[in-house]
Design a protein around this ligand. Structure first.
Ligand SMILES: CC(C)(COP(=O)(O)OP(=O)(O)OC[C@H]1O[C@@H](n2cnc3c(N)ncnc32)[C@H](O)[C@@H]1OP(=O)(O)O)[C@@H](O)C(=O)NCCC(=O)NCCS
Length: 163
């Protein structure tokens, strides 16, 4: 998390901290709210948080981030590349997404990554605008990557250099 992100987070009454297994249940509820078509369950989330190549963060109310869960994000480290596995917030347009993404980018850099990759549904205009504002650009399209209730939706692959 950058100094700017940390300052704005505290100013707004919330903060970030690394995710723990105790967060899994609440993250699973947030997944159902934010990704009703493709949510991860508690077992998948626990495996992610415990995995040595993953880095997960939560945003929560309070200066110590010990209050209600407001958002979460996680990456996979894979050599010189990191993959953004998930990101979401229950309180939109409050800077939480940007703070979570900055935290992930710093963890990726610290883990040796030179670029971050992510996939986003083509029909998720808000997330695409969010990533574009954060410096990501589209580098590929995976046709029919998402299968939602019989519909095939493309995934856009986006990338940002971290160096
Ligand atoms: C995408 C998401 C994480 C963005 O988080 P957020 O906390 O709302 O975003 P922020 O408040 O940090 O916004 C950061 C910047 O992104 C851009 N942005 C955010 N929402 C936007 C929108 N609807 N339209 C255009 N730009 C937008 C702006 O540049 C914004 O900066 P500004 O507030 O200074 O203008 C959030 O909307 C979310 O959780 N969506 C549901 C889950 C999801 O789709 N996750 C992504 C899956 S790939």
């Amino acid at each position: 998390m950058s100094a700017d992100a940390a300052a704005s987070a505290q100013g707004a009454g919330w903060a970030l901290r690394p995710a723990t297994l105790e967060d899994v249940e609440e993250i699973a509820f947030a997944e159902l709210e934010l990704f009703p078509d493709e949510s991860w369950n508690v077992f998948q989330l626990a495996a992610e948080i415990e995995h040595p190549s993953r880095r997960y963060v939560v945003a929560a109310e309070g200066p110590q981030a010990d209050g209600a869960l407001l958002g979460y994000a996680g990456i996979m480290l894979a050599g010189d590349v990191a993959d953004l596995h998930t990101i979401g917030t229950r309180r939109e347009s409050a800077g939480i997404g940007r703070a979570l993404l900055s935290w992930c980018e710093e963890q990726a850099r610290a883990g040796g990554a030179e670029r971050m990759l992510l996939e986003v549904r083509e029909d998720n205009a808000r997330a695409r605008a969010f990533y574009t504002a954060a410096g990501y650009r589209e580098i590929d399209r995976r046709r029919g990557y998402y299968r939602i209730r019989g519909r095939h939706i493309d995934a856009l692959v986006m990338e940002r250099p971290l160096t």
